[in-house]
Design a protein. Sequence first.
Length: 415
Amino acid sequence: MTDAFTYAFLLALGASLALKLWLARRHTHHILSHRQHVPAGFADSIPLDAHQRAADYTVAKTRLGMVNAVADAALILILTLGGGLQQLWHFSASLVEADILRGLILIGSVSLISGVVTLPFSLASTFGIEARFGFNTMTPRLFLLDLIKRSLLGVLIGAPLLLLVLWLMSMMGSLWWLWVWLLWSGFSVLLVALYPTLIAPLFNKFQPLQDEELSQRIDTLLARCGFKSQGIFVMDGSTRSSHGNAYFTGFGASKRIVFFDTLLERLEHDEIEAVLAHELGHFRKKHVTKRIALTFVLSLGFLFILGQLIGAPWFYQGLGLTSQSNALALVLFFMVIPAFTFPLTPLSSMLSRRHEYEADDFAADQVSADALASALVKLYRDNASTLTPDPLHSAFYDSHPPAALRIAHLKGEPA
């Protein structure tokens, strides 16, 4: 059984990596082969130089992602069959004796190593690709401050949560996975509720929307859609990037609407209203609730599976370990499960794209479909989003429909 599981793991990891690289190669080839001509439906609104810039930007990001995928797979192999986790477990034993504290040190060490491996790619993206294409506005000092804040938050929030998880795993018998799931679910809901007022302001400044005419239009739209929020805020997204965006955040009474200042600078009032109507469509169609419910169901299923594996020696030995512990089981399972579930990615992407179409339809019923289409075209242009993604790559990954299909849907034209 041990050898069979080792071979299955290597096959899954290798196949998922090969699939990622093959899809990425298809994507870059397709984009570059369409680089010289703007798609017919966008010829009047997006100039050739903007289309080519988007192509080059997407190709650069995709190629960096390919290197990152190889590095991630290599790290998994080093930590599992390469003996890295076993050495870290021995290291934790040299520091403390209690299993729960050893587990906390192990998970913290893995997180630190993963962060060190990820950091060069983050730097290359922010100060390489994003800067080269004129999007990055973040200074090295701000990047470092963000990194420190995220790390401290991870320790202050993550360490107590992990201690509770490890304690439940050791004290709650064979149904520990159910208790852990209840803890994680409750924590997730609490975090969503607290994020807008306690966490987000640590990284960005939020100011009430000052444009009275726009505020009035938005208030009218909210009343018509039956949406109540804590307020409409403008976020200083321009301190880190020139990309524009808008989103809802929070839960229950803490809901708030957030516009990036960069988005408000680029869109007309009717276009901003249309973008907001699209986001309201997600609210009215209960997309967020459905996604949270799906996440909870999947997490319960994964924890149940881990509950069946945690006492099996072949699970540890097949991944290169001679020791067994709750913390090792947690790290191993959530490290290797993506290799086995990666082929299911298109299902999640398909559901997300369906939700985007539904939100677009809702927006078209509430405001002008032409205004939403116009806003989307501006966002595609200004954010350098490719208009010609590889269809297979898009079907596999993209949470939003391709630009041509989405605009055609809004205009009621055949795709």
